[in-house]
Design a protein around this ligand. Structure first.
Ligand SMILES: [Zn+2]
Length: 214
């Protein structure tokens, strides 16, 4: 195969004949004026949980960063290569988004790995293990709760980690300041890939609830 896989090329042809042709004007405007999305979404890499699909978003609407298990690391201004923090900085300081949504999902492989930290790493680097160790304290408590089933533990940690990521967002001074001024809102959501249900986090209680018309 010299170029791209056939399924990508045929998908691209459909895009050009469909969405691009109906939204040509919008794409051209966005090219000329630049993007101005109001919402940043932090989502998982999982192929079943694409935020643009779930929220039926057009070009220019969502600024998306995806990583394993939709985690936000704490603010760490050191010499590391912090990809999620870089995207967050750009969204907040340059694009001036009004909303940040941490979007988790059911059957998350990253969360499953966090609940089974003794499993053999996928490679000598154990990048997933190190990345997911961010939620290790909560994962340990949930994993050792014998009152819960495997499925309940999985869903619980998926939701706990969303609250954890939102707490980490507030460790970034730019996020904290703008939230305190009422210019930025932080939200959590959880998507059930088997039923298509979207659960939104109640910002007062932290509980996940079905929105009215969901
Ligand atoms: Zn996931």
């Amino acid at each position: 195969m010299e170029h791209l896989p056939d399924h990508l090329l045929s998908g691209y042809r459909n895009f050009m004949g469909g969405r691009y042709s109906t939204e040509t004007k919008r794409y051209r405007e966005l090219a000329a004026t630049g993007q101005k999305p109001m919402t940043m979404v932090i989502a998982c890499c999982d192929s079943r949980a694409a935020p643009e699909t779930i929220f039926d978003s057009g070009p220019g609407e969502l600024f998306v960063v995806r990583n394993v298990a939709n985690l936000v690391p704490p603010y760490q201004p050191d010499g590391g290569h912090h990809s999620t923090s870089a995207a967050l900085e750009f969204a907040v300081q340059s694009l001036k988004v009004k909303h940040i949504v941490v979007l988790g999902h059911g059957r998350c492989g990253g969360i499953q790995a966090a609940l089974d930290p003794g499993a053999e790493p996928l490679s000598p680097g154990d990048f997933i293990g190190k990345w997911m160790s961010m939620v290790a304290p909560a994962a340990d408590i949930v994993a050792n709760n014998s009152m819960m089933t495997v499925g309940e533990r999985q869903t619980a940690l998926e939701r706990i980690s969303i609250r954890f990521s939102i707490a980490n967002l507030r460790t970034f001074p730019c996020v904290k300041i703008l939230e305190d001024k009422g210019r930025l809102s932080l939200h959590g959501a959880w998507f059930d890939i088997s039923t298509g249900e979207l659960w939104a986090m109640n910002r007062q209680s932290g509980d996940f609830e079905r929105p009215g018309n969901g």
